[in-house]
Ligand binder design. Structure first.
Ligand SMILES: Nc1ncnc2c1ncn2[C@@H]1O[C@H](COP(=O)(O)OP(=O)(O)OP(=O)(O)O)[C@@H](O)[C@H]1O
Ligand SMILES: [Mg+2]
Length: 260
């Protein structure tokens, strides 16, 4: 039961206080499971021309944050604006249709479906359908391994190939911004290099990026700026002007700069 006075005000679907160059604006976001909050009031921004990393220990809320932004999990408080519009109350499929695309940590693929079918079916929003053939060509160009195996069933793919297909699935939604959760999980160094190249190429087309990743070298090769998440809150931010400094990251993560 919702009391009338708890309904959001009419202006809540716009976010007038978000600067025009900001793609994603998260303010005081709280979310969690059952009785406890995992996210303790997260604030972060990603500009329209930016690649931002989110780094932090296991279990501190990185995936919960992406899941809350993409509305897999309902936020308990706070605001999320995408391209200047409030999206915190919208259903997940509407957020995808607006172009905010989340590639989850363990993407579920249909085991018996072929790569090609999987990609084609992933272009289901009106914007994505309109660009389907073009996007498919681009995905197969970005990931030649997927092109070679296009008739293969998903269940026969290696872990690395699955990760690439998951990103391909995200791209088929015609993203205006991508959020990737641990895309290198289980990849060999060679595949990581291939993936970094593909992600850089995607981002070079003007798609802002929020990258959750434990591989610090991989992250540093891609991002302009990083946040550290600690117990469900942003504890530090580095690299706002210029590139991200490796030493700074070590200090941020290990506290001394002599970590490892
Ligand atoms: N579906 C769920 N139900 C209950 N608790 C959950 C659920 N998913 C995650 N959690 C808990 O929320 C906390 C944050 O988990 P989350 O997956 O967001 O962490 P993470 O930073 O992404 O970790 P990792 O680096 O291991 O992927 C953890 O304590 C986790 O056990
Ligand atoms: Mg995670």
């Amino acid at each position: 039961m919702t009391a009338p006075d708890t309904a959001p005000p009419a202006a809540a679907d716009t976010a007038p206080d978000t600067a025009p160059d900001i793609a994603l604006d998260v303010r005081d976001l709280r979310a969690g499971y059952d009785a406890s909050d995992v996210l303790e009031g997260i604030c972060l921004q990603v500009a329209r021309d930016e690649r931002v990393g989110l780094f932090g220990p296991n279990g501190h809320g990185k995936s919960t944050l992406l899941n809350t932004i993409s509305r897999v999990i309902r936020p308990r408080a706070g605001r999320v604006a995408f391209m200047g519009e409030e999206i915190g109350q919208l259903p997940a499929q509407t957020i995808v249709a607006r172009g905010l695309v989340h590639v989850p940590q363990a993407n579920r693929l249909f085991p018996d479906m072929q790569i090609l079918e999987t990609l084609e079916l992933s272009a289901y929003t009106p914007r994505a359908r309109a660009a389907k053939d073009e996007t498919l060509d681009r995905v197969l160009q970005l990931f030649p391994r997927l092109a070679e195996r296009r008739r293969q069933a998903c269940k026969t793919l290696s872990g690395g190939e699955r990760q690439m297909l998951s990103i391909g699935v995200g791209l088929m939604s015609a993203p205006r911004m991508l959020m990737l959760d641990e895309p290198t999980l289980g990849l060999s160094p060679k595949l990581k290099d291939e993936l970094a190249e593909a992600i850089a190429a995607i981002s070079a087309t003007g798609i802002p990026l929020l990258l959750v990743e434990q591989d610090i070298a991989f992250t540093l090769s891609l991002v302009d700026r990083m946040y550290l998440i600690d117990h469900g809150a942003i504890s530090r931010e580095v690299g706002r002007s210029g590139g991200v400094d490796h030493q700074e990251i070590m200090e941020m993560y290990f506290g001394t700069g002599e970590g490892a």
